[in-house]
Structures are given as structure tokens and as C-alpha cells.
Design a protein around this ligand. Structure first.
Ligand SMILES: [Zn+2]
Length: 271
């Protein structure tokens, strides 16, 4: 067999083995890079971001980011257990940090590494508002949106980088940052498609409701986002999360379903 044929067969094999069923969508995700390869890179990169940032500790806000994050993570576990998918999160190593920065931003790296920037706090305002944002970002991670947003080329390169001693070189780190749009400047800036945003909104509402928060806070949060995007605010988060009436109406129509779901998990009141 000549080598192009071998390559094609290899590619097909890798492709087939890389398709994993995502329990949240029931659809096959193309993942040329497996979570066991990706997560170590993600964890290393998260530590890198933290070491280069001013991480706020032991303040009321920092504690709130941690406690809301823990509740959202617990809700994801409950949800997946109920779906018979308890193994899905086995390699997740949840972490939640508040970073001092004017940026209106928040993100969750693959494997549950979350950052909230202080610049978004005036918009989240309270605990339920924070739960909307963190639920939304965790939903992007659970739905593998970062991997799915990456181009075939990036995935192939990143798979190669994973093979060569994780994040050993600055080249690999750069690749990871480009692929996931993570860095002090970009944050969650690479635009997700409208479809991915809707999926993250819907799953985020469910998670926050299971965590005991009133999903109506989602409507109020995105209304505040909408106001913040007026007045010439150039935040990447706002530009990639256009909060228009269509989005708010859609979220509004999902509030009761999210509550009904949460009640099945024993939630009796929503704060
Ligand atoms: Zn989003």
C-alpha cells in the first residue's frame, strides 16, 4: 500500500475513534484530540494564566465565585448522574478563581478551569447573576464548544502538541491559547456561533436552576449585558455575546422548563 492510502486509512481510524457521544446533545462530537490529551494542556495553561494575573483571594467576591462555581459543578454532576453519564466528568478538575481586571469577561477551560474577571461583577451584580454567567461558561465547556469551534488544522496541530510533552514549549502554549481564545487579552473572545450560544444559554439555565438559583436571573442578566453594550463599550465578551431581544425572549421562554427540571432534582425554592 502506498503511503497516501495508509495516511487516509489512519485518518479515518483516528476520526472514527475520536467521535464521542456528547451526553448533553446526544450527538457525536468530532474530537481529534481526546480529553485525556487535552485536559493536561488545559490545566497547565490555567496555572499559567493565574500566575500572570492578579488572583483575588479571601474577599467576599472571590468566595462567592468559588461557592457559586462549586454549586454549578455539583449541578452538572447531578444532571449527568441522572442521565447515566457519571463518567463524563471523571477527568474534570474543577477550579474557580476571580481575576482582577477591567475586562467584562469570564471563561471555563476544558476540564472545568474557570475564571471570572472583576470587570463583569458590576453586570452580574448578585449571586444569581454570577450563576447565570458561570452556568453559561461551564455549559460551553461541557458541550465541548471550544474543541468544536477549532478548525481541523488547529485540532491536528494541537493533537500533535499533546503528543510532544504537553505544554512543554511556548509554541504549544501559544497554540492552545489561539485555539481556545484564552489569554489576558482575548478571554472568551473567539466568537461562538449563534447556535452554540443558544445551547450554552439553555444548559446554563438548567444548571443554575438545579443549583437552586432562580433562572429568571438569566433574563435580567442579559438585559444588563444589553445595556452595557451600549455606550461604546468595546468589551470582547459583549461583542461576542450580543444580547438582543431575541436572545432575551428565548431565555425567558426557557425559565419554566429549567425550574421544572430542577424540581425533579429536589429543588423546592429558587433564590
Ligand atoms: Zn457564550
Amino acid at each position: 500500500m502506498n503511503s497516501p492510502k495508509v495516511l487516509i486509512i489512519l485518518f479515518v481510524l483516528v476520526f472514527l475513534s475520536a467521535c464521542q457521544t456528547n451526553p448533553f446533545t446526544g450527538k457525536k462530537d468530532l474530537a481529534l484530540i481526546s480529553n485525556s490529551e487535552l485536559f493536561p494542556m488545559s490545566f497547565q495553561q490555567y496555572d499559567e494564566v493565574l500566575s500572570e494575573s492578579k488572583v483575588i483571594k479571601n474577599t467576599k467576591e472571590a468566595n462567592l465565585v468559588r461557592s457559586v462555581g462549586e454549586k454549578i459543578a455539583r449541578a452538572a454532576e447531578q444532571y449527568l448522574n441522572a442521565e447515566g453519564e457519571s463518567g463524563y466528568l471523571k477527568d474534570y478538575k474543577w477550579e474557580y478563581h476571580l481575576i482582577e481586571s477591567d475586562q467584562i469577561n469570564a471563561w471555563c477551560m476544558p476540564g472545568g478551569k474557570i475564571a471570572v474577571y472583576t470587570g463583569i461583577l458590576p453586570i452580574t451584580q448578585d449571586e444569581a447573576g454570577l450563576a447565570v454567567v458561570m452556568g453559561h461558561e461551564v455549559a460551553h465547556a461541557l458541550l465541548n464548544h471550544g474543541q468544536r469551534r477549532m478548525s481541523q488544522d488547529q485540532l491536528t496541530q494541537l493533537a500533535g502538541a499533546a503528543g510532544s510533552a504537553a505544554m512543554g514549549s511556548s509554541e504549544n502554549a501559544k497554540l492552545f491559547n489561539q485555539a481556545f481564545g484564552i489569554g489576558s487579552q482575548v478571554g472568551i473572545a473567539l466568537p461562538f456561533s449563534r447556535k452554540f450560544e443558544n445551547q450554552a444559554d439553555e444548559l446554563g439555565l438548567k444548571l443554575m436552576a438545579i443549583a437552586g438559583y432562580n433562572p429568571i436571573a438569566g433574563v435580567h442578566l442579559w438585559e444588563r449585558m444589553s445595556q452595557a453594550s451600549g455606550g461604546g463599550n468595546s468589551s470582547e465578551f459583549l461583542s461576542t455575546h450580543p444580547s438582543n431581544q431575541t436572545r432575551i425572549n428565548k431565555i425567558s421562554s426557557q425559565v419554566e422548563d429549567a425550574k421544572a427540571l430542577a424540581r425533579k432534582f429536589g429543588v423546592t425554592s429558587f433564590k
